[in-house]
Design a protein around this ligand. Structure first.
Ligand code: C2O
Length: 587
């Protein structure tokens, strides 16, 4: 009996191994003309002449091979969002973090052993390429799925702009935008269409895989007349949780099970409402209620549309099916996110007063080539905001959001546990009091930290490599809202193998690929890229507006600055009057 069981197990193992395949995609990255919202035709970034980009489908234990030919007129790179890339950090993708970007006209192959399952996505990680369309689903099927379902659909939610990203980025980061107002999209789309349809057959159970591929927008998802059960967040299977609606921020994924109705007399609207709180202004012509249709019968009428309620929802309450214990952290890192006008007079994002600026040498190559210095954060350059982690330590990050906006924060190379939430900015000199769950906490790779709140996350530093941690609002990443985790640098050279093709990219672009952040030896960082720093004193956005207009006025030789001066005068006069009144009262 025992023997036969054993041989059965061996057989099962062999069968599993036999299933593992090398799955190859040839991706010719090209410009495509498209009009996904039907409002404006424009140039987008597509693959093999196609847009939207078709999904990548693989199975656990496969090896995914993506042969890229970059036919754009500038460099690019690809990041498989949510993949651990254990020992494979050279293929993680963020430009100037783990690789030199792929030059225009060049070829490059990403080889990725698949060690997870669930719903992921792949996107450009060079400048804002993904905002211009370089983004697609990356679906990893389990060998035996945790939950039974009959069919599945992927719903890629995304905001859409009519202007190309570089033009908007320049305006966003210009000194004429001192409040840091983000470009607001022109549309919201499901699968890069305006009326995506999903056929349902009575009695069947569907897995809907939702991916938010937005640059900025957060959606609230709801289906008229149907209940949903959440079963997966960011690749982690969770206990079935019934919901009628839930929010999904940029870069997050959810799978829900939906059971089809037993009759076909109506079709139903599904709603992905864009949350207006994410937008600085909501233009009159922006359709916040993005919809698709569940089709039971082409000839059936649509059921009366429901107004979807946005329910209070805490992803920290979701319970992973495979439990993971947590541990007291060996290292606690408090990061405070804020936005300010910095010394370049542009509104930038900072973590602990440092705005991220790319190094001259990709940080991974610095870790690979600086020997004993690689454990010294200085070699990565102050403005990559390097944080060195010791192998296998439990790390806790307390993310403080000291900004008026909500931010979805993403960690490369890991899922993290959501262990705490609280109000305001946590004072690092005091013990953290916001712990909500330290027994099998929810795990994911992107977490929302709402305005003036904090979230504590934990992960184990068991993946030697260089991993970016950043806000996944693409505008905010470009504004510098990122830090670099240098995880177990002493082990990186023995774990991560970089072949010549990586360095060929660098050579073609004249990017140095060894030494510290300045491309020099040891701690000689002369010539390293420097960032703007916080301005001395308290420069308010309003003060900067006045300053900027003063400069313009001076340049134009106009006297328009008087208006601002007068406003300040009025304030001063009002203060003086108040002071006088107080004096009179006390007298
Ligand atoms: Cu979707 Cu740097 O990540």
């Amino acid at each position: 009996m025992l023997a036969s069981l054993k041989s059965l197990a061996v057989f099962a193992l062999a069968a599993t191994a036999a299933q593992a395949a090398i799955v190859t995609y040839d991706w010719n990255i090209t410009y495509v003309t498209a009009n996904p919202d039907g409002l404006k035709e424009r140039r987008v970034v597509g693959v093999n002449g196609q847009f939207p980009i078709p999904a990548i489908n693989v199975t656990l234990n496969d090896t995914l091979v993506i042969n890229v030919i970059n036919q754009l007129d500038e460099p690019t790179s690809l990041h498989s969002h949510g993949l651990f890339q254990t020992g494979n950090g050279q293929f993680d993708g963020p430009s100037m973090v783990t690789q030199c970007p792929i030059p225009a006209g060049a070829k490059f192959t990403y080889t990725i052993p698949i060690e997870q399952h669930g719903t992921y996505w792949i996107h450009g990680h060079y400048k804002g390429h993904y905002v211009d369309g370089l983004r697609g689903p990356l679906i990893i099927h389990n060998i035996n799925e945790t939950y039974a379902y009959d069919e599945e659909y992927t719903l890629a939610l995304a905001d859409w702009y009519h202007t190309e990203h570089p033009i908007m980025l320049e305006q966003y980061l210009s000194i004429f935008n001192p409040s840091g107002a983000e470009p607001v999209p022109e549309s919201g789309l499901i699968n890069h269409m305006t009326n995506a349809k999903f056929n349902f057959v009575p009695g069947k159970t569907y897995r809907l895989r939702l991916i938010n591929m937005s640059a900025l927008a957060m959606f609230h998802f709801h289906i008229d007349g149907h209940e949903m059960e959440i079963i997966e967040i960011d690749g982690i299977d969770v206990e079935r949780t019934k919901v009628t609606s839930f929010p999904i921020t940029a870069a997050q994924r959810y799978s829900v099970l939906v059971t089809a109705k037993n009759d076909t007399s109506y079709n139903y609207i599904l709603h992905a409402d864009m949350d207006p709180a994410m937008f600085d202004v909501v233009p009159d012509d922006l359709q916040l209620n993005v919809t698709g249709t569940i089709v039971y019968s082409e000839s059936a009428p649509t059921a009366p549309e429901e107004t979807s309620q946005w329910l209070d929802f805490n992803d920290g309450d979701l319970v992973p099916v495979i439990p993971e214990e947590t541990s007291e952290p060996a290292q606690i890192i408090a990061l405070t996110a804020s936005f300010n006008v910095l010394s370049d007079y542009s509104n930038k994002a900072t973590f602990n007063d440092i705005t991220y600026v790319q190094p001259k040498v990709p940080s991974l190559y610095t870790a690979l080539t600086t020997g004993n210095y690689s454990s010294n954060p200085e070699v990565y350059g102050k403005y990559t905001h390097p944080l060195v982690l010791k192998h296998n330590d439990w790390i806790e990050i307390i993310i403080n959001n000291n900004d008026a906006g909500n931010h979805p924060f993403h960690l490369h190379g890991h899922v993290f546990q959501i262990v705490g939430r609280g109000e305001g900015v946590h004072d690092p000199s005091k013990p953290y009091e916001g712990y909500i769950n330290t027994t099998n906490p929810a795990r994911r790779d992107t977490v929302l930290v709402p305005t003036e709140q904090n979230v504590a996350i934990r992960f184990r530093a068991n993946n030697p490599g260089v991993w970016l941690f950043h806000c996944h609002i693409e505008w905010h990443l470009q504004a510098g809202l990122a830090v670099t985790f240098i995880e177990a640098p002493d082990l990186i050279p023995s774990v991560i193998k970089v072949d010549q093709s990586h360095y060929d990219n660098c050579k073609a672009l004249d990017i140095p690929f060894s030494g510290n952040a300045a491309g020099k030896e040891g701690l000689d960082l002369t010539g390293a890229n420097l960032g703007p720093d916080p301005l001395p004193g308290t420069f308010t956005a309003k003060g900067i507006v006045a300053l900027v207009f003063t400069i313009i006025a001076a340049l134009l030789g106009l006297g328009t600055v008087i208006w601002y001066a007068r406003e300040d005068d009025i304030n001063i006069q009002a203060e003086a009057a108040k002071a006088r009144n107080n004096e009179e009262e006390t007298n």
